[in-house]
Design a protein around this ligand. Structure first.
Ligand code: ATP
Length: 506
């Protein structure tokens, strides 16, 4: 247990916070902290399964329900400072009698001079009844910093008397970011059992295990990818912007000391299949940091306060993993209709929470938010200052289509100098990147089936003519996106077509 946790909890008790809701799964860790701050207090514990139990030796003392327990202990705070430690009771928090009893203790704690009782609720699920909102303080145990992780590893290797080079320790310490002390020790044990030592090879194991923990938490997904910035055809303005910001991420320490503000993130709005997701991956690759995806829909819970708690956990986790790219795909679906009449209340609260976090954030989480249709997005989201920049990704212009064709042919080692770019540019008017990729794939497949060694411009044109472009299949959606974009201050992701080639553009 880190000193900071004890300090914070202790300051809450001193400041008469009546209910401290500790969001944690490891009761032992919390018991240790409560013990440290409650040396002069009487500590009484209620466990959902066992009733009243002895806080110190954990032996059951009296089987009873929570209501009876609270009535029994209601006046204890008059006799001596009392801590009521309630474990796993979140399912009881919709019971009006329980709510009233908790409220009565909270009010006595706040307003009666000779009464001092603090309630600790410990559970890995946070449920906050609206009637108790003003009395509850939610506390998340902070995740260990890099220095603290180094201490944990050093302590572990010293206990087992194993020698590990400091370079390796520093290296694996970074991979542990985002995990709690319990999880770090679990992985260290696993690594040690695996080969009887801790070495460079264990980094892979750590990353795999870490991915498992993050997956289990269900809040964020670590996205693996192989795409780089060179896989994007066109979008030159956006790529230039990212290349400049990459210089900051490459020298983060120096940049911060120099007074540079850490980039907050970008919002990429535009046509489907034109490289928005590709850009999120390429950004992480260019900045050389992990890519984690936040799916707001997955945060929604069925209990009061659960969704907000999930959002807090997810944002905290992203901070712990940082520097990282936090990718929020289809952000319009997550926050559509927020603030408008009939908008969902929980989503509105989540949106507010996210906005405040973005506004205040001083961490190295770089947000890439991607969206198609922003007509129902709350306007405050798009206001300058939230994101560093807003980019519009349009259907690729002629030059861009040529580059995209080349990229996909080269990727599959089928590019050759006889391919007539101009003819293809003219034929692919209104195609998006995904359409073009499909054309290349289809042409190569046909060539293979027909026993051809290479592919020609005619082969590609044949596939193009058999492909229905997005401009024909999603005509209305495209016009709607264009109409919305015209109303906001947004930068084009693409550089203007130089028009040196003689071809038609949409
Ligand atoms: P959606 O809005 O439907 O999610 P998106 O803009 O995120 O679409 P991507 O997933 O990035 O689209 O693109 C789909 C695929 O199309 C990519 O995997 C890539 O192969 C190809 N593609 C799209 N745009 C480009 C581009 N500018 N350069 C190279 N390939 C592209």
């Amino acid at each position: 247990m880190k000193r900071t946790t004890v300090d914070i909890l202790s300051s809450y008790v001193d400041a008469l916070h009546p209910i401290i809701y500790i969001n944690h799964f490891d009761f032992k860790v919390i018991d240790d902290a409560i013990k440290q701050i409650g040396t002069n207090a009487r500590i009484v514990e209620y466990n959902n399964a066992l009733g009243l139990i002895d806080f110190y030796n954990k032996s059951p003392m009296q089987e009873c329900d929570l209501e009876k327990f609270l009535k029994l202990t209601l006046d204890d705070g008059f006799e001596q400072e009392t801590f009521l430690v309630l474990k796993d009771i979140h399912k009881e928090l919709d019971n009006p009698k329980i709510i009233s009893l908790l409220k009565r203790i909270s009010e006595d704690n706040l307003y009666k001079e000779n009464y001092h009782a603090t309630i600790f609720i410990i559970s890995d699920t946070v449920v906050i009844p609206t009637e108790l909102e003003n009395y509850i303080t939610v506390f998340d145990i902070p995740l260990p910093s890099t220095t603290e992780i180094l201490d944990i590893i050093n302590e572990f290797t010293a206990d087992l008397e194993i020698e590990v080079e400091q370079d390796i320790i520093s290296d694996i310490a970074l991979s542990f970011k985002g995990l709690n002390e319990f999880q770090i020790k679990q992985i260290l044990n696993l690594a040690y059992q695996d080969g009887g030592c801790i070495d460079k090879e264990d980094k892979l194991l750590i990353l795999k295990e870490k991915e498992q923990f993050i997956k289990k938490a269900g809040m964020l997904e670590i996205v693996s990818f192989s795409e780089t910035i060179d896989d994007i055809g066109g979008l030159e303005n956006l790529k230039d912007w990212l290349h400049r910001k990459a210089k900051i991420f490459a020298n983060l320490d120096k940049a911060i000391k120099f007074g540079v503000d850490v980039p907050k993130g970008i919002m990429i709005i535009g046509m489907p299949g034109c490289g928005k997701s590709l850009t999120a991956k390429a950004t992480a690759s260019l900045f050389e940091i992990p890519l984690v995806r936040l799916d707001v829909g997955r945060l929604l819970g069925k209990y009061v306060g659960e969704s907000e708690n999930n959002m807090r956990k997810a944002l905290k986790l992203s901070e712990a993993i940082s520097p990282c790219v936090l990718w929020i795909d289809e952000i319009e679906k997550a926050f559509a209709g927020v603030g408008s009449e009939g908008g969902n209340e929980v989503t509105t609260r989540l949106f507010g929470q996210f906005l405040t976090w973005m506004q205040e954030k001083e961490n190295t989480v770089f947000i890439v938010a991607t969206a198609n249709d922003i007509s129902r997005m709350p306007p405050e989201f798009m206001r300058k200052g939230r994101f560093d920049e807003l980019f519009f990704v349009d259907l690729p212009n002629g030059e861009e289509r040529r580059k995209i064709i080349d990229i996909h042919l080269k990727k599959r080692k089928k590019w050759n100098k006889n391919i007539d770019s101009i003819a293809l540019i003219n034929e692919t008017n209104g195609f998006n990147g995904a359409d073009i990729e499909a054309v290349v794939k289809d042409t190569i497949e046909r060539a293979f089936i027909d026993g051809k060694i290479t592919i020609t411009t005619e082969d590609l044109i044949e596939s193009v003519r058999d492909t229905k472009s997005i401009s024909s299949t999603l005509k209305d959606k495209i016009s709607m996106i264009k109409a919305t974009i015209e109303k906001i201050d947004i930068k084009p992701a693409s550089r203007e077509d130089s028009g040196v080639h003689q071809y038609k553009n949409v």
